[in-house]
Design a protein. Structure first.
Length: 92
């Protein structure tokens, strides 16, 4: 039996729908309570501003350009790198 088959059987045995829901909810809440505020603070320190397209429900192209200008090159690089990491790591 392969490792993937053993893992699959273990998940089927121990991870019910309810357990998966509770676990994913806890992970999501912890991520929002711990990681996101830390990253927002770190981004503000690097970029020099607290404005972010991620925290704005509605913004125009002009607003986005203004945010990018306020970030500066270092802030934009940091923002793109961290958000790209989140977009890949979070679903995993």
């Amino acid at each position: 039996m392969s490792v993937l088959q053993r893992l699959s059987r273990w998940l089927e045995k121990y991870l019910s729908g309810r357990t998966a829901l509770v676990t994913s909810t806890v992970v999501f809440v912890l991520f929002m309570a711990i990681v996101l505020p830390y990253m927002a603070q770190a981004t503000e320190e690097v970029a020099g501003t607290g404005q972010s397209p991620d925290t704005s429900l509605i913004y125009s192209a002009s607003d986005l350009y203004d945010m990018a200008e306020a970030y500066g090159q270092e802030g934009r690089d940091y923002y793109v790198r961290t958000r790209f990491t989140f977009d890949i790591a979070w679903p995993l």
